[in-house]
Ligand binder design. Structure first.
Ligand SMILES: [Zn+2]
Ligand SMILES: [Zn+2]
Length: 272
């Protein structure tokens, strides 16, 4: 089984429903050699009921050492964080990222016009192409404005809670924005994530073609993109490693023959 680079646990990610022990037990049962723990860190975001997605970073450092000591036989734990990007938080993200010894730093755009897509009431009222162009444009800006990161996560998060079961994020929706996004990613030698939670959501909605748009991946490759990470973005044990075998076959069919994970911000590859 391949490395699952992006997962969330309690208590650091309040929207998770698994402990580190539950995640590790599941990883062992699946034969996953390595898991990224990438807890949510959303600077300057307040959710309904005044909830925040922030945690004590020094406490996280200490706890992570305890976790590693508790499981010396693996799976290997990659110490990570998932920053939610907003334009005015770029500098803070870079500073925090450089002050802690993370293995893997993931950048995400969870927002649409100041609200998390999950809570937004207006997002799907915006016409599809304009909505996708705006969202991917922010992904591009995120990669241009930030430097201390390894992976740009779930480019298709904008569609994850879309009630229209047939809509997907396609390259043809906003080619200019995709090209700008890939240009920044590739110039900085950062990694493009395939997030299987997005695939799971499309399968559950009944989309007969749930895999990422091949044109997105082929354009990334054509522009010189090589690094792809696989992520289940699990918040519960059941989804760990979800659809990884199918994704591996799909990536091979498009000419990608390895995936990347990060340890100490260094990229390592695994063959598909
Ligand atoms: Zn995310
Ligand atoms: Zn996540």
């Amino acid at each position: 089984m391949l490395t699952d680079t992006h997962n969330h646990t309690l208590p650091f990610s309040p929207d998770a429903s698994m402990s580190i022990d539950e995640l590790i037990a599941k990883a062992k049962s699946l034969g996953i050699p390595r898991v990224g723990i990438t807890e949510h860190y959303e600077i300057d975001m307040v959710y309904p009921d005044d909830e925040v997605m922030l945690f004590d970073l020094d406490e996280y450092d200490r706890t992570f050492t305890e976790w590693r000591n508790k499981y010396p036989d693996g799976p290997e734990l990659l110490k990570g964080i998932e920053f939610g990007y907003q334009t005015h938080t770029a500098r803070a993200i870079d500073i925090i990222s450089s002050c802690h010894d993370f293995d893997i730093v993931i950048l995400s755009n969870h927002n649409f016009r100041g609200e998390d897509v999950y809570f937004s009431k207006i997002v799907y009222d915006i016409p599809l192409k304009a909505r996708h162009a705006e969202y991917i444009g922010v992904m591009a800006e995120m990669c241009e404005n930030c430097n201390n990161f390894d992976v740009a996560a779930h480019y298709d998060y904008i569609n994850r809670y879309n009630p229209d079961n047939l809509e997907k994020v396609l390259y043809e929706d906003c080619p200019k924005e995709f090209d700008r996004f890939f240009e920044a990613l590739i110039a900085k030698n950062k990694c493009f994530e395939i997030n299987t939670s997005s695939i799971k959501s499309l399968i559950e909605k009944g989309n007969p073609s749930p895999m990422p748009d091949p044109a997105v991946l082929l354009r990334y490759k054509e522009m010189g993109g090589k690094m792809i990470s696989l992520a289940s973005d699990s918040h519960k044990p059941e989804t760990l490693g979800y659809y990884f075998n199918e994704c591996a076959e799909y990536l091979k069919s498009l000419g990608f023959f390895e995936v990347t994970y990060f340890a100490g911000h260094q990229p390592y590859t695994e063959p598909l």
